[in-house]
Ligand binder design. Structure first.
Ligand SMILES: [Zn+2]
Length: 480
């Protein structure tokens, strides 16, 4: 069977990769030819065999985004519940006291995953790294979506327990943690043989403070044996920072350096509270250098943290220090372009300057930065030989007009509203803003029931037995 060749004719704007300059560049009025094997040509007047054509006259063609950190598990179920709350004694973070209150059953998890995949693809994501606990449909939905998916089954030896809404304790169960770890490795090995060739596994000790040093080292060694990435939440909250200091006297990067885990195949989830962060009040300034020198990547997900009043200081400073940064979405709204806009704003606010971060650096983080974190040079960029993972942006959308610089319009103004079509491996996965391969609308309907089911369990799961109305009152009083 011959491979279908498609040409996008006269694309008004294309973000293409200039290998010599090692940067994205704009090109205007060129053809982009591709097949399922990859990008064949970017330039004026493609004269090779063409089986089908797309008119590109009103389009920006750009590489798909690489999302290096998201959670499909139960995050969408918390939508509308916990945005206004946190635990004051744990630096305002809601993670420890509230994240375990909602139980997602397997149907709920499948709906959450479908909605996440759909929302990410509709915001231009073509590759994503999903950290979750496996459920029966996890692998099959990832495969059906058509996206390029890195599945990271999480495991840990300790669970968080918040006592009286102020103290974080850890319930250790090393045997159970090790069992999850063994299952995770078996799952990863199954993912890696999937015939789609779009799925990959990632070794994911869930959090730096919930795994023993031994397990962290073993897990990293197993990942390195398989040449696949490792991801760990690290330096994500002040409570974690303080716990690590209490146990070892070390910051997260110093701790991981001592264990021999830092390296180009490691992606640290969030990495906010390093020794230079104004909240940590450390006397050293070594952590950014540790990450840069070792080639360790970080997954920057500003929205969830900014919602809790926290931000990395600052994305521009990390890049200037030479740290590889990829962008992730962590939790809902699973909108990569909104996440990027917030990354821009947070960087300029925490860096106290418009010059802290520019659009090109941010766009590069969301594409090439993510690809580098995953150890790849064939995604996150458009050039002959790269994967045909790309996005068609509608320049006629009012939010994209007038067009002087399409990426600035997209990131600062239109976000996903102008994302029209998305392709992975040359196959369409979003057509005219609609998800092609998944029952997105059905999953959205299922979320309402799933949230009701989960909400009923909240009181039982809360150590203080508070009903949901007390745990998370609505934004306005309900009057009938
Ligand atoms: Zn996370």
């Amino acid at each position: 069977m011959t491979d279908t060749i498609t040409a996008i004719r006269n694309a008004a704007w294309v973000v293409s990769w200039d290998e010599a300059a090692a940067q994205h560049v704009y090109r205007q009025n060129v053809d982009v030819a591709f097949s399922s094997k990859g990008i064949l040509h970017i330039g004026p007047g493609f004269e090779g065999r063409v089986d089908q054509e797309i008119q590109g006259i009103s389009c920006l063609v750009m590489p798909g985004f690489v999302n290096v950190h998201c959670h499909s598990g139960d995050e969408p179920l918390a939508k509308g519940l916990f945005e206004d709350i946190g635990t004051a004694a744990l630096w305002g973070n809601a993670l420890y006291e509230y994240s375990a209150l909602l139980d997602a059953d397997d149907d709920a998890k499948a709906a959450c995953q479908t909605v996440m995949l759909g929302d990410l693809m509709r915001s231009g994501v073509t590759t994503l790294l999903d950290i979750a606990s496996p459920h029966p449909k996890w692998l099959s939905l990832a495969a059906e979506s058509g996206a390029r998916v890195y599945l990271a089954p999480g495991f840990r030896e300790a669970a968080w327990r918040v006592v009286d809404s102020h103290r974080l304790d850890f319930d250790w169960n090393e045997a159970a943690g090790r069992e999850r770890y063994v299952e995770a490795l078996a799952f990863i090995d199954r993912v890696r043989t999937h015939p789609s060739n779009r799925l990959e596994g990632v070794v994911a000790p869930s959090q730096i403070e919930t795994c023993s040093e031994r397990l962290l080292q073993e897990a990293a060694a197993e990942a390195r044996k398989r040449s696949i990435p490792v991801t760990i939440h690290a330096a994500q909250t002040m409570a974690e920072h303080e716990e690590l200091l209490r146990r070892t006297g070390e910051t997260a990067p110093a701790f991981l350096e001592r264990l021999g885990i830092l390296g180009p195949d490691l992606i640290l989830g969030h990495s906010i509270f390093l020794d230079h962060h104004s909240w940590t009040r450390q006397r050293t300034r070594d952590d950014l250098g540790r990450l840069a020198k070792s080639g360790t990547s970080i997954a920057h997900c500003p929205v969830t943290f900014a919602r809790s009043g926290m931000t990395l200081e600052s994305l521009g400073a990390y890049r200037r220090a030479g740290v590889n940064v990829g962008i992730g979405t962590d939790s809902y709204p699973f909108n990569m372009l909104e996440e990027m806009r917030e990354a821009m704003i947070c960087s300029r606010v925490s860096g106290r300057s418009v010059f802290d971060l520019d659009t090109a650096t941010l766009f590069t983080a969301a594409t090439v930065g993510g690809a580098t974190a995953l150890g790849r040079t064939d995604i996150g960029r458009l050039a002959p030989g790269s994967k045909a993972d790309f996005v068609l942006v509608d320049l006629n959308h009012p939010a994209m007009q007038p067009v002087h610089d399409p990426l600035r319009n997209l990131i600062h103004c239109s976000a996903e509203r102008a994302v029209r079509d998305v392709y992975v491996d040359g196959q369409v996965v979003v057509r005219d803003r609609r998800v092609v391969n998944l029952d997105y609308d059905g999953a959205v309907r299922e979320l309402q029931d799933a949230q009701r089911r989960a909400s009923r369990q909240a009181e039982k799961n809360d150590p203080r037995g508070r009903p949901l109305e007390v745990l998370a009152p609505r934004a306005l009083p309900l009057k009938n």
